[in-house]
Design a protein around this ligand. Structure first.
Ligand SMILES: Cc1cc2nc3c(=O)[nH]c(=O)nc-3n(C[C@H](O)[C@H](O)[C@H](O)COP(=O)(O)O)c2cc1C
Ligand SMILES: [Mn+2]
Length: 507
């Protein structure tokens, strides 16, 4: 397997230069982006530190070790993909130049023609170093944190891979669903209606059959990205999709109980069954939008029959909270490019860029810039952009702007909304759309149906030729260079003679 990293835009025929979470951590350490914290408590410290990391741009990945009450070596890793440099490590991009562009270009390069690769079945994996069954199954034997102060318990599954096989097609889906320890061998999971995992569990319910399941709670950082990326089609296995990104098959071992393919790189694996007719309370849990949510008796329960784990196992954590948080930083690039790809596939031409801002949890706002080519083009883009596989779930605002507005610049987008939109003409409400019981703005009992506001902030088609001319922004750097002294902090001397002139520079 080639070990070289690729530069965005170069030949992408390469793979990331690591094979499992431990190799990834070694490399993150080598580039100075991994810190170790010893002695932090699972009750408060780990959650507090993780929330703090979310609030500081470019913060390191942190591995917690020597957690009180637990054996040394039983670890929790957080914020793996929280920086652009570590995303480059995960994806195999050389971290040089403008990393925002590098990440967007990487996804644009691979998603346009992604070739899924089926897993390669092998016979053994390091996680079989420890196999626990029967009375030895105890989920609390791992230092699962209480992530947010008001959480109703300990969540072992946050950055997880939940594997389920469609009983009709045989396709194995991987999704990320929160999982709370409800008992020594019981993990309560909440999987929202419409997510593929839930569609599959519902198929077992209809057949009145138990649903085999594997939850990987210590997972490599690329598989985690794949499993929480909204917009990968139903029927497309995320394992094959991730292999398409890596350009090499994922090595898997078949689960001894369920036959499900388990990535050999896994740290901690829970194997068992869901009885689809059993629904329980779970939560509250501090969710992605920044509020607590309890599932209100709608959670499924994984009955864990066996646990497999590596020596000195690592839980991977991504607890969310008020956005932006770790997954918002990395999903922004992937989801936005998926939406660009899906808009083009749906026949919407001349889309320049899409941005699902981290500040809106990648869901609550989708911004699209287009070069308007015909009457109705902006409205078409707005309607479709709000209902794509990558954007439909939990959406709220769609903003369409002209090509002169940079979708990544929220200040510019606000200016366009404020100056090119007439509310009566350009705001459109779409009702009865796909949300979830987690939606804070809709009444309980509204069946998770929400509405959407499409803001057409493009220059109106009828006025496009005589719309007022924007004041062109002259190169701010050049002007600033000339007038730099205006921004210099005075040294404390009040010297009225220190005048400056435009021609003479500082006197
Ligand atoms: C950190 C994190 C936690 C998530 N937790 C949940 C969850 O508890 N329940 C859920 O339905 N979706 C959750 N999601 C969203 C799903 O993982 C996401 O929609 C994914 O695409 C679902 O895959 P699927 O459609 O194949 O089931 C979470 C996403 C992230 C990034
Ligand atoms: Mn899926």
């Amino acid at each position: 397997m080639p070990k070289s990293a690729v530069r965005a835009g170069d030949d992408l025929d390469s793979t990331p230069a690591w094979h499992d979470l431990r190799e990834w951590m070694e490399q993150a350490d080598r580039i100075g982006e991994l810190r170790t914290v010893r002695g932090a408590s699972w009750q408060d410290d780990i959650g507090n530190v993780t929330a703090l990391l979310d609030s500081v741009e470019g913060s390191p990945a942190v591995v917690f070790d020597e957690i009180p009450e637990y054996q040394k070596g039983y670890r929790v890793l957080v914020n793996a993909n929280g920086s652009k440099r570590r995303q480059c490590l995960t994806l195999g991009i050389e971290p040089a130049g403008d990393l925002d562009s590098a990440l967007l270009d990487f996804w644009r390069g691979v998603l346009v023609d992604l070739q899924p690769i089926p897993p390669r079945v092998i016979n053994s994996a390091p996680f079989f170093e420890n196999s626990l069954e029967g009375d030895r199954v105890d989920l609390a034997s791992f230092p699962a944190p209480r992530w947010h102060p008001g959480d109703g318990g300990r969540y072992l599954a946050t950055a997880n891979l939940t594997l389920l096989r469609d009983p009709e097609t045989g396709v194995v889906n991987a999704g990320t669903y929160r999982g709370q320890i409800l008992g020594p061998a019981e993990l309560g999971i909440y999987c929202s209606p419409g997510h593929h995992g839930r569609l599959i569990i519902d198929k077992y319910a209809k057949r009145q059959e138990p649903c085999p399941v594997v939850s990987v709670v210590g997972v490599d950082p690329l598989l985690f990205v794949a499993s929480c990326a909204e917009g990968i089609a139903f029927g497309q296995s995320e394992l094959d999709w991730a292999a398409g990104i890596r350009k090499s098959a994922i090595d898997v071992v078949l689960g001894p109980k369920t036959g499900l393919p388990i990535p050999a790189s896994s740290e901690i694996v829970l194997e068992g069954w869901i009885d689809p007719s059993e629904l329980r309370d779970e939560g509250p849990y501090g969710e992605w939008h920044g509020y607590y949510s309890a599932s209100g008796g709608r959670s499924q329960v994984i009955k864990v029959e066996a646990i497999y784990h590596r020596d000195e196992p690592i839980i991977t954590g991504c607890p969310q909270g008020r956005p932006p948080h770790e997954d918002n930083y990395f999903l922004a690039y992937l989801k936005s490019v998926l939406a660009e790809t899906q808009l083009a596939a749906a026949g919407v031409p001349n889309v320049q860029a899409v941005w699902c801002p981290p500040e809106f949890g990648n869901r609550l706002m989708t911004i699209v810039s287009i070069e308007q080519k015909y009457p109705g083009h902006a409205m078409q883009a707005g309607l479709v952009a709000g209902q794509l596989g990558s954007t439909a779930y939990g959406g709220r605002f769609v903003v369409i702007v002209d090509e002169d507005i940079d979708v990544h610049d929220l200040q510019a987008v606000r200016w366009a909304v404020a100056t090119r939109m007439d509310p009566q003409r350009d705001a459109h409400v779409i009702t009865r759309s796909w949300s979830s019981s987690l939606d804070t703005a809709i009444a309980p009992g509204s069946h998770s149906l929400n509405s959407r506001l499409i803001l057409d902030a493009t220059r109106p088609w009828e006025q496009r030729s005589d719309f007022p001319t924007p004041i062109a922004r002259q190169s701010p750097e050049a002007i600033r260079h000339k007038w730099q002294w205006l921004f210099e902090v005075p040294d404390g001397r009040s010297d009225s003679s220190s005048n400056h002139s435009a021609h003479g520079g500082a006197s």
